[in-house]
Design a protein around this ligand. Sequence first.
Ligand SMILES: [Zn+2]
Length: 233
Amino acid sequence: MTIAKSLLSLQDTDQTLALRRREYREIEAELSSEGGLPELRENCEKVKMRELEAKVETARLESDLAMLKNQVAELESRLYGGAITNVRELTAIETEHSAARRNLAQVEEAIAPAEVAAEHTRQTFEELTKELSEREKLWETRQMELRREKARRGTAFNQMLEVRNAEASQIPEADLARYTRLFRSNRGIAVVRVDRGVCQGCAVRLPVGELTRLRAADGPIPCSCGRALITEQ
Ligand SMILES: [Zn+2]
């Protein structure tokens, strides 16, 4: 095999390896994302806390309500019981009574929305818990698939890499070094073909002198574009 053909074949292998490496990393990334479960769990915890807070708030309002009802009833029995005859004392109780009534009305107004909010949060938590358990089950299967796939691809990649290294060992060191440098700097393209005098890498027609030089060379030569080595083979 000529050096040019060896390099083209090596390039094919290297491009495939790069693709496989990307695919392997995608699997790794999906595995480490755990199918979005950590975010869902965190969200579930947050909603659970909100549900708890809403329950505490409702209970607080209900206890306030009971307390205020007692207070109003007590003040009313004093107001209308007839035992108090002192005007100043009566006025004071009246003021206290209307303040307690206002507070009671406020609490009564706040209870319904608080209960609705608590119920809404409870439902959200229930739905999220259900979704979490479904997705955990799905992830179990997916995770097993991914682990198998990762192992399979890892083995295939290593086998291909061995073949690649064997291929590369047949290529003269200087050519290989030039190829490797270009392959890295030129995003996976180091050797390109010249078709009817045109470099397929930069689409520039080669000067006749360059073509002659190419034909006389025993391997690929650098194109004037500087991005690739060219060959007619
Ligand atoms: Zn070129």
